[in-house]
Design a protein around this ligand. Structure first.
Ligand code: SF4
Length: 367
């Protein structure tokens, strides 16, 4: 049963379960709602990098960060479509486009909508993350063919003010409401390992699991501490630089149980996890990953590595439709399936790895 009335105590009790018991429960919930051997492949492209006026403490794209990342202009529509075609050929079913903005300007909406329409016309699912949206902008994006909008709550309401000061938790919820109101699916998650307590991780998942409707996609990032960012300067080279693997897997398992029909996506930080830790995450109910070498500006496990790991685990690219999208009255029409050609391409050793248009080898924003 999908519930949106979870109490913090119930989420806390799940976190406190013996690890084996928690894994067993999460795996059962996963099997009841998803094909357990399947994993969704997504590709993420930074369409506008750096120079963001927000001050998210984890992000190298913030203008306040001293990370050496150069601000760039919005990419040309044709360049974005070329990257999307490459992603499709490599087996991705969803193409996510991210811009380092506080909010999109009206003058950018034409180009952004053209990107959405072009990617959609290729038969890919479309996702964007552009910052705060007005209702009109949300409707414009929906009309252009946008299936998903990503807007993370990042952390618990209590911890939020320690991480970001330039926009409020409530503003995030307001944008999510506009996205829902326009009839788009929601991608919303956050980052763990930002110096938060377990109580914050409980509050983070509680906030997601008590939204009026669970997000269709829940990205769970592990912080990649980047020198020059507030959190990178605080945490890099300390014992807190990396969240404990077992605590990360617990977080994934609790997300799976609390939001049974959502896709739980391993995002930033995956490249530094061992294969065993990733395998535990899949067992705990994670069923979506980003493929390619980069996540916006952070390093990511490459396709070849992913193919080898998933083959080792006997997992295949997702073929079933997402449970929440299948039943959604306002679904955008993406097929959610891979063609046979794309399937074999997805697992063939990659000679042309996907790249996002971010040349700097520095890690950056967590998706
Ligand atoms: S996370 Fe997004 S909103 Fe925050 S500084 Fe980075 S690009 Fe800007």
């Amino acid at each position: 049963m999908t519930r949106t009335d979870w109490t913090r105590g119930e989420i806390s009790d799940l976190f406190e379960l013996p690890f084996g018991e928690l894994m067993l429960r999460a795996a059962k919930v996963h099997r009841a709602h998803h094909a357990p051997g399947e994993v969704q492949l997504c590709t993420l492209l930074s369409i506008k990098t750096g120079g963001c006026p927000e001050d998210c403490g984890y992000c190298s794209q913030s203008a306040t960060a001293n990370s050496g990342l150069k601000a760039e202009k919005l990419m040309d529509v044709d360049a974005v479509l070329a990257a999307a075609a490459e992603a499709k050929a490599a087996g991705s079913q969803r193409f996510c486009m991210g811009a380092a903005w506080r909010e999109p300007k009206d003058r950018d909406m034409g180009a952004v909508c053209a990107m959405v329409a072009g990617v959609k016309a290729m038969g890919l699912e479309t996702c964007m993350t552009l910052g705060i949206l007005t209702g009109d902008q949300a409707r414009e994006l929906k009309a252009a063919g946008l299936d998903y909008y990503n807007h993370n709550i990042d952390t618990s309401p209590e911890h939020y003010g320690d991480i970001i000061t330039t926009r409020t938790f409530q503003e995030r919820l307001d944008t999510l409401a506009e996205v829902r109101g326009a009839g788009m699916a929601v991608c919303c998650g956050g980052i763990v390992g930002m110096g938060e307590t377990r109580s914050d991780r409980i509050g983070f998942l509680h906030a997601l699991a008590t939204l009026p409707r669970h997000p269709e996609s829940v990205p769970i990032n592990a912080l990649v501490p980047i020198r020059g960012t507030v959190l990178g300067n605080l945490l890099a080279d300390t014992p807190l630089a990396r969240i404990d693997d077992i605590e990360f897997v617990r977080t994934v398992a609790v997300a799976r149980i609390a939001m049974p029909r959502s896709m739980v996506r391993l995002s930033a930080g995956r490249e530094s996890m061992s294969e065993a830790a990733q395998a535990l995450c899949f067992l705990a109910g994670a069923n979506s990953i980003f493929t390619g070498d980069k996540l916006l500006t952070t390093a990511n496990a490459g396709e070849g590595q992913d193919a080898a790991l998933l083959a080792k685990l006997g997992m295949v690219p997702m073929q079933a439709e997402e449970p929440m999208r299948k039943s959604s009255p306002d679904r955008g029409g993406g097929s959610g399936t891979l063609t046979e050609g794309a399937l074999s391409a997805a697992w063939a050793p990659s000679t042309t790895p996907l790249r996002v248009a971010v040349p700097l080898p520095v890690p950056g924003r967590n998706e």
